[in-house]
Design a protein around this ligand. Structure first.
Ligand SMILES: [Zn+2]
Length: 326
């Protein structure tokens, strides 16, 4: 079977490997759609937050079809459409455990969720990144149509926040310097866009909010300067949710605003425990993140997909698809 492999030193290939076998509590899956993530590129270059070893098959954003089940598997049967969580105890699927960028791969039954009929394979492979954005809106405490939210950063996670907040009736303003990504944010429900690198960005938000600024600020860029700007864009008693990742950077920030504006500041990691809720939300609201997918490659050409992510800055989310049946 074909599988995308990372070999170390930034090298990658589509290899011909023996198909995997399953234990009694495991499920054999045929990949249908797999997203390439920024963290996959970190993995390619040997940088990751937990130990792993090359060669590794990446792929933690995926939708797949059940091919076979072990003797103790009760919830799934061949033909079922599923998605799966990637943080499994101390291990990460698609990083320290072989991932989904292969014609066939293995997962434990407990990691899997049924993909609702309303969602396509493409939408299924977007559940993992969307779950992070959705979780940010859950942690923003009583987010509703009375709120104006500013989302800093319109990458895949920020765009998920935009779609989730808009579906909750929130008025969403996106702070994003890239015109293409700002346009995508409007497609997904943002009402207005502002440029966070403009020194007058606060006044721009004042014009949109009658001087009130944001009730909620989501920081999804992971850029220290934007993390500081989040405090400036917050209104009185605003809730701030930091989801963008930065390790070790710094920027000057007017921290006194936390006290003077009575701000509630919260950081979150990933999307722990909210997958069933995320899937119900997507099925019920019809939120469709598929406009994020800017290119799709067949699995045989997965190396080209990686190169597209590495070299083309206009790509937002690149997907790899397979229709292989064993
Ligand atoms: Zn990811």
């Amino acid at each position: 079977m074909k599988a995308l492999q990372f070999l170390g030193d930034g090298r990658h290939t589509v290899a011909d490997l023996d198909p995997p076998t399953i234990e009694e509590d495991e499920v054999l899956l045929a990949a249908r759609s797999v997203g390439i993530c920024h963290s996959d590129i970190d993995l390619l270059h040997g940088r990751y937050i937990i130990p792993f070893s090359f060669p590794v098959i990446p792929g933690h954003e995926w939708a797949a079809e059940v091919v076979a089940t072990g003797r103790k598997v009760t919830r799934f049967a061949p033909g079922d459409r599923v998605v799966g969580e990637c943080v499994i105890g101390q291990e990460h699927f698609g990083f320290s455990i072989s991932g989904a960028a292969a014609e066939l791969f293995v997962a434990k039954e407990g990691w899997l969720h049924a993909l609702p009929d309303e969602l396509s394979w493409t939408q299924g492979a977007l559940v993992e990144p969307f779950s992070c954005g959705y979780y940010a809106t859950v942690r923003a405490d009583n987010l509703d149509a009375s709120d104006t939210a500013v989302v800093l950063g319109a990458g895949p996670i920020g765009l998920g926040v935009v779609a989730a907040a808009a579906a909750r009736g929130v008025r969403v303003v996106v702070a994003e310097p890239d015109a293409g990504r700002a346009a995508l944010a409007r497609t997904l429900g943002a009402e207005a866009t502002i440029d966070p690198t403009d020194p007058e960005v606060g006044q721009a938000l004042d014009e949109l909010t009658g001087g009130r600024r944001a009730d909620v600020v989501f920081e999804a860029s992971g850029k220290p300067a934007a993390m500081a700007t989040a405090l400036d864009l917050a209104g009185f008693r605003a809730r701030l949710v930091y989801i963008g990742i930065d390790v070790g950077g710094s920027a000057p920030a007017a921290l006194g605003q936390i006290q003077s504006k009575e701000l509630q500041v919260r950081g979150i990691i990933g999307s722990p425990g909210v997958w069933p809720q995320t899937l119900r939300f997507l099925a019920r609201t019809g939120v469709d993140l598929s406009p994020l997918v800017t290119s799709t490659y067949p699995l045989e050409s997965a190396s080209e997909a990686i190169e597209a992510v590495l070299t083309d800055r206009t790509q937002v989310k690149v997907h790899v698809t397979s229709s292989a049946t064993p």
